[in-house]
Ligand binder design. Structure first.
Ligand code: HEM
Length: 153
């Protein structure tokens, strides 16, 4: 096979790729680029937990209103979906709108960086122990002075 490119994701030689979607083992993988195009009230796709849903026909039925869904159209709604604390029924309803999965390459792009690193990209783990260490040293020094002063007076 001639497709010997990227090792990650579903792009291997059993997959056929066209229009930003890849089919492998019966599951379709959609790229973010493709998903973003479905961002209107007549054509609404959402990503929830790396799965892609076409919820166009569900907009009017949504107990939480269609507005909130349209706001997230073409994007990842996992956080807002979880914030609401949807019931098991709501989770089961999702299945009927299932289209496919988010492409592996786009999952990596979406995920926050390593938790040890903060937004500026620096490792923040050393600050978690350095600050208490400094505070402890200062308290120790002040205490020593206090004791010594009391003893000498
Ligand atoms: C396609 C995915 C979704 C499905 C199938 C769905 C389904 C439901 C269902 C069945 C309810 C009734 C309460 C329950 O059973 O939990 C509900 C309520 C609600 N949903 Fe969704 N929902 C979806 C996505 C979202 C998203 C992305 C948001 C937020 C942006 C959202 C916001 C809400 C709100 C605010 C309520 C009302 C809660 C209340 O009044 O108590 N939903 N949804």
């Amino acid at each position: 096979m001639n497709d010997n490119s990227l090792g990650s994701g579903p792009s291997n030689d059993t997959a056929a790729e066209e229009n930003g979607q890849t089919v492998e083992g019966g599951v379709k993988y959609y790229t973010l680029e493709e998903i973003r195009l479905h961002n209107t009230s007549n054509d609404t796709w959402l990503i929830i937990h790396d799965k892609v849903y076409d919820i166009t026909s569900f907009l009017e039925e949504h107990p939480g209103g269609e507005e909130v869904l349209i706001e997230q159209a073409g994007a990842d709604a996992t956080e807002s979906f979880e914030d609401v604390g949807h019931s098991t029924d709501a989770r089961e309803m999702l299945e009927q709108y299932f289209l496919g999965e988010l492409h592996m390459d786009d999952r990596l792009k979406q995920k926050p960086k390593d938790e040890k690193f903060n937004e500026s990209g620096e490792s923040s783990s050393w600050t978690t122990w350095l600050i208490p260490a400094i505070v402890a040293t200062v308290v120790g020094v002040v205490y020593r002075f206090y004791v010594v002063e009391h003893k000498s007076s």
